[in-house]
Ligand binder design. Structure first.
Ligand SMILES: NC(=O)c1ccc[n+]([C@@H]2O[C@H](COP(=O)([O-])OP(=O)(O)OC[C@H]3O[C@@H](n4cnc5c(N)ncnc54)[C@H](OP(=O)(O)O)[C@@H]3O)[C@@H](O)[C@H]2O)c1
Length: 350
């Protein structure tokens, strides 16, 4: 029997509650597919969930599994599944968590086919940040008449919002550190350094255009005041809390909820057509899940932080791809940390 591994935690807490436990391949129940995960995204909201900060919204059953975004290969299909075959490449969401694992059994309706030209890392990290970004931008009904300010613009959610807003024809003023400005220009936005003096800098770059909308990803009280001073109508300010509520909704969206599937399909097509380009800020081997979360918590991401799994089952035409990439990274980490470094799974990285 092939043994994989899954992230699990048995109480609320910091990174120290996270463990990698052995996982056997689950069976596919009626209407389900079993996916071998190739790549899976990380999201702040899942850290908040593990830390117990979302208990007013979601009460966990322990032991809890982690991870909502994923892309992978169908390894088994349950009774009634006719439109997917073993070996098909899919992407989707885990309605009850659990994508930070070797395998995931999910209802068929929680996956879509992965477009051929969307890379594994991008497909694996697209769901939550992407659906949140689409939902926020759609909610504002942006068009060519709009000038929108977006904070944390180079982050996992922000960089997708920027591109969607630009695609809708809006002028986008992106707040970010100077090191991100070349990138923010490349995606068609007008970058501005945040912090003291930002209001003047925003007005200067707006060059007389009225600011009609404001998306605050970062979440500071000053953002709402800033939006007010810039003349943004209250209904056109999206607070960080409003964004969090959207994320929570997608985090636990049931598999038969049509909206996530619709949004993910739309996003995957936009990525395939290169209308949205998703950056991968960090790509970590699965055993380095804690390091990957630490990276995310640094709050300096340019795009998404994603984990890549090791090959467990063989024979997939993509096996070479993920084993090469994940192994290269793992070896690089092992070199940097010393070849006898213990992994979370208890093995050696050498
Ligand atoms: N309200 C909530 O409950 C809630 C829910 C989810 C996420 N969030 C927050 O939303 C933010 C973005 O989310 P994400 O998923 O896109 O995360 P992310 O990918 O980690 O965002 C990273 C971005 O945050 C920016 N940033 C860091 N410190 C900042 C500051 N002091 N002011 C403005 N921007 C700052 C960075 O910009 P530079 O590198 O350009 O400096 C970086 O590009 C995060 O701060 C996250 O904690 C809040």
């Amino acid at each position: 029997m092939r043994i994989g591994s899954a992230v699990q935690y048995d109480r609320y807490g910091d990174f120290d509650v996270v463990e990698l436990v052995p996982q056997e391949r689950p069976d596919a129940g009626p209407g389900e597919v079993v996916v071998e995960i190739v790549a899976a995204g990380l999201n702040h909201i899942e850290r908040f969930l593990r830390e117990g900060k979302l208990r007013d919204h979601i009460e966990l059953d322990f032991p809890a599994r982690q991870g909502v975004d994923f892309a992978g290969i169908v390894r088994a299909r349950g009774e009634g599944i006719k439109d997917l075959r073993v070996g098909d490449e899919v992407m989707g969401h885990a309605p009850n968590g659990g994508s930070h694992a070797t395998w995931l059994a999910v209802p068929r309706s929680a996956v879509i086919k992965k477009p051929e030209h969307v890379g594994w890392e991008v497909a694996g990290g697209l769901y939550l940040a992407g659906c949140t970004a689409v939902s926020v931008v759609r909610g504002l009904k942006l068009g060519p008449q709009d000038t929108v300010v977006i904070t944390a613009a180079a982050g996992g959610v922000g960089h997708i919002e920027c591109q969607l807003a630009h695609d809708a024809g809006a002028t986008v003023i992106s707040l970010g550190s100077a090191r991100n400005h070349d990138y923010l220009r490349q995606i068609g936005t007008l970058p501005v350094v945040y912090g003291e003096g930002e209001e003047e800098r925003i007005r200067a770059i707006a060059d007389g255009r009225p600011i009609t909308a404001f998306i605050d990803n970062h979440g500071e009280s000053r953002a709402e005041e800033l939006a007010e001073r810039l003349g943004v109508a209250p209904g056109r300010f999206v607070s960080s809390e409003a964004r969090r509520d959207i994320e929570i909704r997608f985090l636990r969206a049931p598999a038969d909820d049509e909206e996530p599937r619709e949004l993910l399909t739309l996003l995957a097509k936009a990525v395939q057509d290169r209308r949205v380009q998703v950056l991968i800020s960090g790509f970590y081997p699965f055993e380095y899940i804690v390091e990957a979360y630490e990276d995310l918590a640094e709050m300096k991401s340019r795009g998404k932080v994603v984990i890549g799994m090791q090959t467990v089952e063989t024979g997939a035409r993509m096996d070479w791809y993920r084993s090469e990439k994940a192994r290269d990274l793992r070896d690089r980490y092992a070199d940097a940390r010393g070849s006898d470094t213990e992994t979370m799974a208890g093995g050696s990285t050498s």
